[in-house]
Every structure is written in structure tokens, then in C-alpha cells.
Design a protein around this ligand. Structure first.
Ligand code: KIV
Length: 275
């Protein structure tokens, strides 16, 4: 039985911290699911950490659905959230609903996430009315990077802080079951969390949020291009992978791999008949 949105919401009332992590493929999703992480986000961050784009903007519905299906196949307990890519929910409410439904029907996800507050609240309301749980995402919204002028902290000035709180309230009123707060000053995230009944999930938003989300590649150190300030590396997989790959390269070159142990034997008589 998978975790439900009601269980996620109840965790806030019980004061239980909510753990969320991204995953993009079957193998990683299995490990995350087995570790007991209740919320898995197939983030459009896959564009940067898996597909090598410079931002999340080029990510398509087809790419997201392909990876969402893989993550769903690798999980049986976690609630899987599919991240709606840029311009798949902006043009009209109908299009937002159609694309959200694709995540559920074709992707097998149990919820969707989209970026924005007041400006997307109508779309969130309609998607939720149709039975699809929605997670909001405000603060630093990477799909609006050109508008925001870079990967900068949000909600610092009095006007920006008031806008952020209004965005959070609009999402809650529209029916979002949780809200990601990205790169927001910690005291501001704590204040928003205290004003909402639905849980906040922070990334670069301090310890006062109801839960935390991280990009799995940042946590495992498998993405060598850069480490965001908000990430803590629990491993350095890029070094482990590099050492293993170099050993393999040297073993092949020197003939140390493969050995008999990795080879398929054959009846000598069959070979003798051929020669
Ligand atoms: O795409 C993503 O991974 C995200 C998280 C950073 C919240 O949106």
C-alpha cells in the first residue's frame, strides 16, 4: 500500500518531519523506496542532473513521463510526485489538467507538482477538483529563472515576503496538499509553515519547514558539475565511480578482465569437431 496524501498531511499535525527525495530511474527509486522515504519527486531537475541541459526549461512531457514510469516501476510504498515541465500548465486550465492527467494515467504517478503561487492557483484548483493531488512550489522556481534573474534567494524584501506568503495561502486555498519552499530565508519559511495547515517541504529554506527535499545526485555526490549551497553530501559517488571505471579500463587493457569466472565454458568435443 502506497503512502497517501492524507498521511502526508497528517504527518504535519503529528509533528513528524516529512522526508522527500528525487529519483529519476528504476534502480535508484527502488533504493529510495526501500529506505522508507515516503515521498519521491520525479523532479524536472532531471533535465540538469541526468540529461545535461543548462536549466530545467527544455524538459519535455515525454522525458518526464518516461522517467516517471521508471520510478513508479521501482516503488511500491512511496507516493510518487511527477513534476510538470515548463509551459505544460501555463497556457490554459484545460491544458494544465490534460497534462496533469497524463502524469497519473500514462506515468502512474500519484500526484503532480507545479511551480507558482497566485498565478497558477486556478489551475491547481481545477486539477485537484478532478481528483489529482497537487504539490505547490514557490520561492525560487527554476522554470522562471530568466524572470528571477538567476538562482537567487527569494522573499527577502517586505514586498517579496508578503507576495510569498500570499502565494502559499493561495495554493493552500486552491487545495494543494503540500508546498515546496525553495531558497527562501529560513525565518520566512518558518513563518509560512506556521501559518499553513498543509505541510511545507523545504529545499534551502532552513529547518523550520515541515519536511525537506533534496536532489538525489546532490546528496550522493554523483553530479560533479556543482554542489548547491543547500545540499549536504552524504557520499561522493563520482569519485567511487571514477575509481571503479579506471580499474575496469586497466583490467581490460592488461587482460585481467574477464577471467574464467566471467566466461561461459564449452564442450571441448564440439570445438574439436569444428577445427
Ligand atoms: O525538480 C526538482 O528536483 C525540484 C526540487 C528541487 C524541489 O523541483
Amino acid at each position: 500500500m502506497r503512502v497517501t496524501v492524507s498521511q502526508i498531511k497528517a504527518m504535519k499535525s503529528k509533528g513528524e518531519k516529512i522526508v522527500m527525495l528525487t529519483a529519476y530511474d528504476y534502480a535508484a527509486a527502488r533504493i529510495v523506496d526501500d529506505a522508507g522515504v515516503p515521498l519521491i519527486l520525479v523532479g524536472d531537475s532531471l533535465g540538469m542532473v541526468v540529461l545535461g541541459y543548462q536549466s530545467t526549461i527544455p524538459v519535455t512531457m515525454e522525458e518526464m513521463l518516461h522517467h516517471t514510469r521508471a520510478v513508479v516501476r521501482g516503488t511500491s510504498k512511496a507516493l510518487v510526485v511527477g513534476d510538470m515541465p515548463f509551459m505544460t500548465y501555463h497556457i490554459s486550465t484545460e491544458e494544465a489538467l490534460r497534462n496533469a492527467a497524463r502524469f497519473i494515467q500514462d506515468g502512474g504517478a500519484q500526484a503532480v507538482k507545479l511551480e507558482g503561487g497566485v498565478s497558477v492557483a486556478d489551475k491547481v484548483r481545477r486539477i485537484v477538483e478532478c481528483g489529482i493531488p497537487v504539490m505547490g512550489h514557490i520561492g525560487l522556481t527554476p522554470q522562471s529563472i530568466h524572470q528571477l534573474g538567476g538562482f537567487k534567494a527569494q522573499g527577502k524584501t517586505p514586498e517579496a515576503a508578503a507576495r510569498l506568503l500570499a502565494d502559499a495561502r493561495a495554493l493552500e486555498q486552491a487545495g494543494a496538499f503540500a508546498i515546496v519552499l525553495e531558497t527562501v530565508p529560513a525565518p520566512m519559511a518558518t513563518l509560512i509553515s506556521s501559518k499553513l495547515a498543509v505541510p511545507t517541504i523545504g529545499i534551502g529554506a532552513g529547518p523550520g519547514c515541515d519536511g525537506q527535499v533534496q536532489v538525489i545526485n546532490d546528496l550522493l555526490g554523483s553530479f560533479a558539475d556543482f554542489v548547491p549551497k543547500h545540499a549536504r553530501r552524504y557520499a561522493k559517488l563520482s569519485d567511487i565511480m571514477s575509481t571503479a571505471i579506471s580499474e575496469y579500463r586497466d583490467d581490460v587493457r592488461s587482460g585481467r578482465f574477464p577471467t574464467e569466472e566471467h566466461s561461459i565454458p564449452m564442450d571441448e568435443a564440439v570445438l574439436a569437431d569444428l577445427s
